[in-house]
Design a protein around this ligand. Structure first.
Ligand SMILES: C[S@@+](CC[C@H](N)C(=O)[O-])C[C@H]1O[C@@H](n2cnc3c(N)ncnc32)[C@H](O)[C@@H]1O
Length: 358
């Protein structure tokens, strides 16, 4: 049986999040303070970190940023194809069709490997972060946290922030006095990023028993530690829930819509009550999909127990900040049929098939 959230040992952190924005976690109060307008921003500042390009050959990236973008999109398509084929293989019955599916899976994997695999994809994305997206997404999140009342000296302990799909562990260096980052990724690009599948984190926070263990358990956090060691036991990093979770361009990376939904549910499991979820999608997912848009996302998030604090479209991205306001854990463990199935919302031609199923 899942343990109840109310028994978890983090009332202080939880209080901190609700008190600091002046709303005490009351959603109506928060809504009067923070309007969630959606608007398209102008050009953003370009920040290029030269170390981002280390070890990546120009010809692999593409001759121009448009070419890099095209290859990244191809990689996304292959990821989706992989998910579809994996689902097909589960239901296939005849040995011939299993062989055929297996052959197609191998072709997809080979093409991904020829492109340079996940490692290439991450480096290309890092370049995209620098050149096209106005720097890493912490540039958007940090001012929003400031607006909510967080900053240097405003909290007793630094905010615990889980950066999922982290390509750099330096994104919050300037804020290290008040943000303690735990950067994770499926494939660690640099020491300091922990190799960890977000969906595999076990959110059983009650394993933390004594204050001594508590102290030892946080010793490895932040980017000073060597997160590159695959055999390292990093379970201690996840013994407390997080104040903030960043899912920036990670959910769209997953090919399976139900798994995307699982990521949102997992974020909810790993957050303190009143914790914040920073969520970023490519703009095309919400303005050009047959099955998805801002209203659908809002309905899903509200269903999961989040309130939307901010929503903002840039030229290429959709940014959202949510606060967790309800914790019905029974719902998260519910295996019944999805509440938000893939549903046709726009039938105009030329749209993509992005969706999130919860
Ligand atoms: C496009 S990059 C996003 C990078 C960065 N967060 C940003 O905003 O630009 C997507 C990253 O998510 C990582 N990722 C995807 N699924 C993940 C999971 N289940 N757990 C951890 N990382 C994951 C991928 O390995 C990849 O590095």
């Amino acid at each position: 049986m899942p343990k109840s959230r109310s028994k978890r040992r983090l009332p202080v952190t939880a209080q901190r999040l609700s008190v600091k924005d002046g709303s005490n976690g009351d959603s109506s109060a928060a809504n009067t303070v923070i309007a969630p307008p959606i608007h398209v921003a102008g050009q953003e500042k370009i920040i290029l970190d030269p170390s981002a390009l280390a070890g990546i050959a120009r010809e692999k990236l593409g001759k121009s940023s448009a070419e890099t973008r095209r290859r990244i999109n191809r990689f996304h398509t292959l990821i989706k194809e992989q998910s579809k084929l994996a689902a097909k293989r589960i239901t296939a019955i005849s040995p011939e069709s299993i062989d055929q599916i297996q052959k197609e899976i191998s072709e997809v994997s080979e093409e991904m490997a020829r492109m340079g695999g996940l490692d290439w994809y991450q480096k290309a994305s890092l370049l995209g972060q620098c050149k096209q997206r106005g720097g890493d997404t912490s540039r958007w999140l940090v001012p929003k946290l400031n607006e909510l009342g967080f900053g240097k000296g405003t909290t007793k302990e630094p905010l615990r922030l889980l950066d999922v799909g982290a390509l750099s562990c330096r994104n919050y260096t300037k804020e290290r006095a008040w943000i303690r980052v735990t950067p994770i990724d499926l494939n660690s690009q640099e020491p300091g990023i922990y190799k960890q599948d977000f969906l595999d984190i076990n959110p059983d926070f009650e394993v933390l028993k004594t204050p001594t263990e508590d102290k030892e358990s946080t010793a490895g956090e932040n980017s000073d530690s060597d997160g590159d060691n695959e055999t390292e036991n990093i379970a201690h990093l996840f013994r407390q829930p997080f104040d903030v979770i960043c899912l920036s361009l990670v959910v769209n990376f997953i090919g399976d819509p139900a798994k995307r939904g699982d990521m949102l549910k997992q974020a909810k499991r790993l957050l303190v009550p009143s914790g914040l979820l920073f969520f970023v999608l490519p703009l095309s997912c919400v303005i050009n999909s047959r099955y998805f848009n801002d209203d659908r996302l809002l309905a899903i998030m509200q269903f999961l127990g989040f309130e939307q604090l901010y929503a903002h479209h840039t030229a290429k991205l959709a940014h959202y900040l949510y606060r967790l306001i309800a914790t019905p854990t029974s719902m998260l463990n519910c295996k019944s049929s999805p509440q938000f199935k893939k549903k046709l919302l726009h039938s105009a031609p030329g749209r993509n098939n992005f969706s999130i199923v919860v």
